[in-house]
Design a binder for this molecule. Structure first.
Ligand code: NDP
Ligand code: 8X3
Length: 249
């Protein structure tokens, strides 16, 4: 039975990813801070979900939790580094430093903490998929994307550098880079609980869904072992790239 660790499994993509693997008969370690949501998931799939309270920004706690997994969950085949967030959309000269610090701590340091704790076991078993959730924001700049986009550029490059280190080990890494995805808590978190502002992001669009992302992640994990897909960039059909900005006198 495949064992999958999903960070940020209490909402949005992470919950959909966990459900997708569970539908396929996998065992899932569902990790996040809001443990009651993880326990609800575990109750729906008795015996196949380990609800793991985890703040990925806490390095010692992350290392300890992953070192103490019960035997039936200890051999992780698929790590989905999904936990992450955007905070605010203010221009760089007005943004809150606390927001910047938290994005870097979660999206960069947190992702590295979990990866570093899981990789040795994968390499020793000579098998594993690490699937990192980046963003189109790591490829394309936009106003107010400043540190959030930069954290996702980190995720992109970290994924490629993982593959440089893991060549020939049987372990592979992929960065999934979505654009507009609706139906998650992402924009509510970004706008600090302002539901009206969050809803306006998706008004008049047909965004991707968390299930679209989950299907892609599941597909990646089920590629044959000789295949490494470095990155996937995906957007809804209603979204594309804009022109470069020129400020004229
Ligand atoms: P949600 O806000 O719906 O879910 C985010 C998840 O991350 C929650 O389960 C939350 O759980 C968890 N999380 C946040 N901080 C921590 C932490 N310190 N430790 C552990 N878990 C944490 O967002 P989405 O599902 O939309 O986003 C998931 C990922 O996809 C993020 O990395 C995001 O940047 C990325 N993304 C999102 C896009 C979108 O348009 N929605 C597009 C492209 C990328 P809890 O609060 O319980 O800890
Ligand atoms: C989430 C997509 O465009 O809000 O990463 O940055 S976007």
């Amino acid at each position: 039975m495949t064992t999958v660790l999903v960070t940020g499994a209490s909402a949005g993509f992470g919950l959909a990813i966990a459900e997708r693997f569970l539908a396929d008969g996998a065992r899932v370690i569902a990790a996040a801070r809001r443990v009651e949501r993880l326990e609800a998931l575990a109750a729906r799939h008795p015996g196949r979900v380990l609800a793991l309270p985890l703040d990925v920004t806490d390095r010692p706690a992350t290392a300890a939790a992953l070192a103490a997994l019960p035997a039936e969950f200890a051999e992780i085949d698929v790590l989905v580094n999904n936990a992450g967030l955007a905070l605010g959309l203010a221009p760089a000269h007005q943004a809150e430093m606390d927001d910047w610090e938290r994005m870097i701590a979660t999206n960069c340091a947190g992702l590295a903490n979990v990866t570093r704790a899981v990789l040795p076991g994968m390499v020793a078993r000579r098998r594993g998929s690490v699937i990192n959730i980046g963003s189109i924001a790591g490829e394309v700049p936009y106003p107010g994307g400043n540190v959030y986009g930069a954290t996702k550029a980190f995720v992109h490059q970290f994924t490629h550098n993982l593959n440089a280190d893991l060549v020939g080990t049987g372990v592979r890494a992929t960065c999934v880079e979505p654009g507009l995805v609706g139906g998650t808590e992402f924009s509510n978190v970004r706008f600090n609980g302002d539901d009206t502002k969050a809803a306006s992001v998706y008004a008049g669009t047909q965004p991707l869904t968390a299930e679209d992302i989950a299907e892609t992640v599941h597909w990646l994990a089920s590629r044959p072992p000789h295949v490494t897909i470095n990155a996937i960039s995906m957007m809804p059909n209603c979204q594309s790239f804009g022109p470069l900005t020129i400020k004229r006198n």
